[in-house]
Design a binder for this molecule. Structure first.
Ligand code: PLP
Length: 397
């Protein structure tokens, strides 16, 4: 078989491989406690389901506009304008089959081959993959662990910027760390963006997945909405990961190009699902709140279970559905240096399945600490407690 050379630069999302490994372990008759994938085992709100079913019955089963149905573009614009305190109209929104497509389409639209792109690492692995696949240079920036959050390591950003840097990717609220930018971090980033004439992808897949307070967006900074495309998704807030619906939100000139890419890729996003999402945005929000309430209880159980283990220390984010505990001491105690050995040993001894730092971008040189990631979106409280009790027994022996 002669596969094209460019495919050598295409990365992947190795969390799916961990998921397959856990599935194989379970199929051998073992109990698995699934903390590995950011999927949600809760039903999609009935407003969405009913809206989509009605749309099917109404015959919304043919092609629809490439940029999405106008009513949904309008509704997403209103939703984002309100939550971001920024002006957006339907022309600023292009509907996508999920949140993920915005990453590749933004890079394709805004990055020339050879350009350098700053991206978070640890971070969602698709950034690295799409930058390199499209002929760019992926330049990582890191985070530093504080008592109550992970903060952007501005030294690594400043060291990474050159006159070839054209784009900054920001993931706020962050996967895998649950990190959240402060206003000061947003201000500092905005200064750098203006100084170096950068464009920004703000991946806000978890913007609405927060348990108290209000999320603030980078586009609230003066001048940033003109330079930023937001990744918006229905996957998390409406427990719609498998439905595949999201949007790119940003300056009309960029949105129009992304719509043209839609024509070339998928023609349009699923027609009747757009009506489901519209009904979800316009309808009663109680089921959406119930999803958040369930996740919050799971977060508390996961954090308590982890922090009860000798050698593990995790801060408790107010958002996302991930915890990123520091396991440096525990790996030392277990005499393990390799992340994958550690992960597999824990899986085989306890059934607790998680991902680790290595699933979120290439490891940087001389990282002082070791981390694993637990997603609590796909596992109920009693299983969380049972799994983490087993992990504690294994860890402390
Ligand atoms: C940071 C981040 N961005 C984007 C996505 C993609 O979301 P979607 O499932 O809507 O494509 C995810 C999914 O886990 C994510 O964690």
């Amino acid at each position: 078989m002669r596969i094209a050379d460019r495919i050598a630069n295409l990365g992947t999302e190795t969390a799916f491989e961990v998921s397959a490994e856990a599935g194989a372990f379970a199929s051998e008759g073992n109990r698995v406690f699934p903390f590995h994938l950011g999927d949600i085992n809760l039903p999609t709100p009935s407003t969405v389901v009913d809206g989509a079913q009605k749309a099917i019955a109404d015959g919304k089963t043919g092609y629809c506009p490439n940029a999405g149905i106008p009513q949904l573009r309008e509704a997403v614009a209103r939703d984002v304008a309100l939550s971001h305190r920024t002006d957006y109209a339907a022309e600023n929104v292009v509907i996508q089959p999920g949140g993920k497509p915005t990453i590749g389409k933004f890079i394709l639209t805004m990055m020339n081959p050879g350009d350098e792109v700053l991206y978070p690492n640890p971070g969602y692995p698709i950034y690295e993959s799409q930058i390199e696949f499209n002929g760019g240079v992926a330049v990582p920036y890191g985070y530093v662990e504080g008592a109550e959050n992970f903060a952007i390591d501005f030294d690594s950003i400043e060291e990474g910027i050159t006159d070839r840097t054209s784009l900054l990717i920001l993931n706020d609220l962050q996967n895998p760390m649950g990190a959240e930018c402060s206003t000061e971090e947003h201000e500092r980033l905005a200064e750098l963006v203006l100084e170096h004439d950068l464009y920004v992808l703000a991946d806000e897949a978890y913007f609405d997945m927060r348990y108290s307070g209000r999320s603030t967006s980078f586009v609230e900074q003066p001048g940033m909405a003109e330079r930023t495309v937001l990744l918006y998704t229905f996957s998390k807030k409406f427990a719609m990961t498998g439905w595949r619906l999201g949007a790119s939100v940003g300056p009309k000139e960029i949105v129009d190009v992304i719509a043209k890419i839609n024509v070339n890729d998928e023609s349009c996003s699923n027609h009747f699902i757009q009506y489901g999402a519209l009904a979800g945005l316009q309808g009663d929000q109680r089921e959406v709140q119930a999803i958040l309430d369930t996740l919050e209880a799971r977060r508390d159980a996961t954090a308590a279970g982890l922090n009860a283990i000798e050698g593990i220390n995790t801060f408790v984010p107010n958002a996302t559905f991930y915890l990123f505990p520091n396991v440096t001491e525990l790996m030392e105690h277990k005499g393990m240096d390799d992340y994958e050995d550690f992960r597999r040993a824990a899986l085989h001894a306890t059934g607790v399945s998680f991902t680790s730092r290595v699933h979120f971008g290439r490891e940087l040189e001389d990282e002082p600490n070791r981390y694993i990631r637990l997603a609590y979106s796909g596992i109920g409280v009693s299983d969380i407690e049972e799994g983490l009790a087993l992990l504690k027994t294994w860890a402390e022996n």
